[in-house]
Design a binder for this molecule. Structure first.
Ligand code: CA
Length: 231
């Protein structure tokens, strides 16, 4: 029973906290809970949970402060829980080192998928399995040869398109902010948001069966892009 992942729920509303707790417990997670930011920082330190589910609207301090406080000493997976429509807050949380976010009200399946992804990515970064190919659905990226195929057909990408695709594929399941993609591809001192949009349209035209309803690269409106883990 030692290997049951421990999840710290930081949520001041009892109803929501109990609801999430019941879902997680019935899916074989061990749950610990607190209702304010001060206790969250303390419990994260003393229990070192496998993941923190952090509500940003807390009574005593801003959830973003809790996040940056924990990030000073730990890279434990943290998923923030945000209100619908607050894209700026989501981007801030990701930039401060959150692994992902869920938007209230969220579905059970979505929450569980986000938690699995965040814990898995953390384990991967501890035990980097050197692999030269990334496979997602029919998409295969050969990192050594720098080639891309979709359902066995070669996809011709420009160097920039390839870099964008690779960055998203390496982080499949996680949302990557527009800003961090731009910085990675074009460097920190330019604003290439339009170039990113143009490149993304081209990538989708080349890999998606229907670019208007993408299956591989999903848009997180106002925040960034998320590569599907399976398609
Ligand atoms: Ca709250």
């Amino acid at each position: 029973m030692n290997n049951i992942p421990v999840i710290l729920i930081v949520e001041d509303e009892n109803g929501i906290s109990n609801f999430i707790s019941a879902i997680l417990t019935s899916n074989n997670y061990h749950v610990i809970k607190c209702q304010n930011g001060k206790d969250a920082v303390t419990m994260a330190g003393s229990y070192c949970p496998d993941l923190v589910l952090l509500d940003l609207g807390l009574p005593d301090m801003d959830g973003l402060e809790v996040l940056s406080g924990i990030r000073k000493w730990s890279d434990m997976p943290i998923i923030v829980v945000t209100a619908r429509g607050n894209e700026i807050e989501k981007v801030k949380a990701l930039d401060l080192g959150a692994d992902d976010y869920v938007t209230k009200p969220f579905g059970t399946l979505e929450l569980l998928a986000r938690i699995r992804t965040a814990i898995r990515h953390k384990q991967k970064s501890y035990n980097p399995l050197e692999t030269d190919k990334i496979r997602i659905g029919g998409l295969v990226i050969d990192i050594v040869k720098r080639t891309v195929t979709m359902d066995g057909e070669v996809v011709h990408l420009t160097p920039i398109e390839y870099k964008i695709l690779l960055m998203l594929a390496k982080n499949a399941g996680k949302v990557i902010t527009l800003d961090s993609i731009c910085k990675e591809i074009w460097g920190p001192y330019t604003n290439e948001l339009n170039a990113l949009r143009v490149n993304m349209a081209n990538i989708r035209r080349k890999i998606e069966a229907n670019p208007a309803e993408p299956k591989y690269i999903l848009t997180e409106v106002g925040v960034g892009y998320r590569m599907a883990e399976d398609a």
